[in-house]
Design a protein around this ligand. Structure first.
Ligand code: GDP
Length: 297
């Protein structure tokens, strides 16, 4: 599971300071040195780590005294709150359009888990929010991507809009939205093409789809296992396309978790969901506070 190494290290560090009845500036310094190393080792972006350490130090040293907590506990509370903030603070929910259907564009590099996540998200919306999603197969380049989504649709008993792979993705996306209106689907999830790298053709095409269907949500699917690369990919997509949220996949793998911690701070866009397995129900809304508590123990 992601964060295992980080959690183990930080929990040890927190335990040491938590028990202290008096916390000196030296104690805080020492703790922050350990936290800094642990975060860097977990592959958190170094600028993000630097800012985080600065924020925690300022608060931990100059904080108000709360009578209910020992000084050690107060420092731990500050670390927890700052880590939560770093990952976005409040949970960010998926958009709901004022007028149905809510149009969601799924974007990302090939292999990140976009098609799988489209199916997972459709299932999540139906199961947890009682919605009626339509999935649209607009990845016409990856061999068998259209078929993959159709198969997923059958497996989940979820409608899929497709026009094969000889039609332009813009047209597929537009027609999918029309179909959703006719069929009273309240969400349209458009699975778009990815490439192995961020390139101009990919971005141009995604921009064209975006201006054609004006999505309420542009969700970028990134693979947590790729660490800092995932954050760089997120930055590029956001600069060119303007994403509204991130789905971080493969958090079940033995990733060090750094991408999940850095991405909000680097792009300004929150993680909305986490992928935690290959099965169709392995998708969870991302809760920064719960994640911080899991990491810090
Ligand atoms: P796409 O090219 O982005 O559409 O990628 P796919 O949806 O085809 O997924 C690529 C691979 O990643 C598949 O083998 C998926 O089963 C796998 N995958 C996707 N999400 C997750 C996840 O959260 N955890 C794990 N372990 N595997 C995932």
């Amino acid at each position: 599971m992601a964060f295992e190494g980080l959690a183990e290290r930080l929990q040890g560090t927190m335990k040491k300071i938590k028990g202290k009845g008096k916390v000196s500036e030296q104690d805080v310094k020492e703790m922050m040195r350990e936290v800094r190393l642990a975060l860097l080792e977990a592959d958190v972006n170094f600028k993000v780590v630097k800012q985080f350490i600065k924020d925690v130090k300022e608060r931990a040293v100059g904080q108000e005294v709360m009578e209910s907590l020992t000084p050690g506990q107060q420092v731990v509370k500050v670390v927890n709150e700052e880590l939560t903030q770093l990952m976005g603070g409040e949970q960010s929910k998926i958009a709901v359009a004022q007028k149905a259907p809510t149009v969601v564009m799924m974007v990302g590099l090939q292999g990140a888990g976009k098609t799988t996540t489209t199916g997972k998200l459709a299932l999540h919306l139906r199961k947890k929010h009682n919605r009626k999603p339509l999935m649209a197969a607009a990845d016409v380049y990856r061999p068998a991507a259209v078929q993959q989504l159709e198969t997923l649709g059958k497996q989940l008993d979820m409608p899929v809009f497709s026009m094969g792979d000889q039609v332009s993705p813009v047209e597929i996306a537009e027609k999918a939205v029309e179909r959703a209106k006719e069929e009273h689907n309240d969400y349209v999830l458009i699975d778009t093409a990815g490439r192995l790298h961020v390139d101009e053709n990919l971005m141009d095409e995604l921009e064209n789809i975006k201006s054609a269907v004006k999505p309420d949500e542009v969700l970028l699917v990134v693979d947590a296992m790729t660490g800092q690369d995932a954050v760089n990919v997120a930055e590029s997509f956001h600069e060119r396309l303007g994403i509204t949220g991130v789905v971080m996949t493969k958090l079940d793998g033995d990733t060090r978790g750094g991408a999940a911690i850095s991405v909000k701070s680097v792009t300004g866009q929150p993680i909305k969901f986490a992928g935690t397995g290959e099965k169709t129900d392995a998708l969870e809304p991302f809760h920064p506070e719960r994640m911080a508590s899991r990491i810090l123990g």
